[in-house]
Design a binder for this molecule. Structure first.
Ligand code: ATR
Length: 274
């Protein structure tokens, strides 16, 4: 039987995941389909039951269901357990639903694809303390990066996240701004700078060191104002296209056992967004 996969969210029309996975199925001569499904919060449980009974082989989960889907799954892998959020569901042959989270590791893989392991051992500043920051913080720690300092508009949230990590600490945005030159890797995870949502920058980047690597997980626009200023300071930069592609590649690998091409896909998506 032809396999089929999906992404569920609300809204969903903007999702680039169907194009991403569809191209990888074609590249690998896999006879499968990947469809976007608009599922409202109150229909989530019913949607999971339907996906299961209709034989869906796996699906991605996006806003606002990443946390809410957990009670409807049979099992979580350690990544989802630790982050309290699921972005990928894998259906085992006996119908068991396993939730995992590939966002954080997707970020680290995109960083390493672009810059190798040169950021290991550097002091890391993570800007933001929401769901995306949480996934990235755990993945960075797991992959041997750090020490990590977390800064956030609501500093209590940065403190809470730091308390869940080994050797991490928290700072206010004002403190982070002052000490910005000390960081070798800076990761911007807030929604500030996203197209049509919020213009501006989470903090003033003028003290970023010229030898720092600065990443922003936003990919629309391709270069946020924060990233542009970091580049003007001489820093090496990385936008969010790579994280998006790598989180998808990890999901694809769970479903098919095949590692899809990422570099070429990053180029294609950059051209589409740009
Ligand atoms: P996501 O899952 O994408 O991380 P989220 O959990 O809603 O989304 O987190 C959004 C992050 O962006 C938070 O760190 C938030 O800061 P607060 O915890 O103080 O709300 C940050 N953020 C959103 N708007 C911001 C703004 N105008 N200035 C600074 N930080 C902002």
């Amino acid at each position: 039987m032809k396999k089929w996969y999906a992404v569920i969210g609300d809204p969903i029309a903007q999702s680039m995941s169907p194009g991403l996975h569809g191209a990888w199925f074609d590249d690998n001569a896999i006879d499968a389909t990947y469809i976007p499904l608009h599922i409202q919060a109150e229909k989530l449980e019913q949607a999971v039951e339907s996906l299961k009974s209709l034989g869906c082989n796996g699906w991605n989960v996006t806003v606002p269901h990443k946390n809410a889907i957990i009670p409807f799954l049979d099992r979580l892998d350690p990544s989802a357990e630790q982050m309290g959020a699921v972005n990928t569901v894998h259906v085992l042959p006996d119908g068991i639903l396993v939730g995992s989270n590939t966002d954080g590791l997707g970020f680290v893989q995109s960083l390493e694809e672009a810059y190798g392991e040169q950021c290991k051992g550097r002091k890391v500043l993570l800007i933001g303390a929401g769901g995306a920051a949480r996934g990235i913080a755990f993945a960075l720690e797991h992959m041997g990066y750090g020490p990590i300092v977390i800064t956030n508009r609501t500093v209590e949230k940065a403190q809470q996240l730091a308390a869940n990590l080994e050797g991490a600490s928290a700072q206010s945005l004002a403190e982070a701004e002052e000490t910005l030159a000390d960081y070798g890797l800076i990761v911007q995870t807030t929604s500030v700078g996203m197209n049509f949502a919020q213009e501006g920058m989470p903090l003033n980047p003028k003290n970023i060191a010229a030898d720092a690597v600065v990443a922003d997980i936003i990919y629309n626009p391709l270069e946020t104002e924060f990233l542009e200023q970091a580049r003007n300071n001489g820093a090496k930069t990385l936008n969010g296209v790579g994280m998006f592609v790598h989180q998808g590649a990890l999901a694809f690998q769970k479903w098919t056992g095949i590692r899809p091409a990422t570099e070429k896909t990053i180029e294609k998506i950059t051209a589409i967004v740009g």
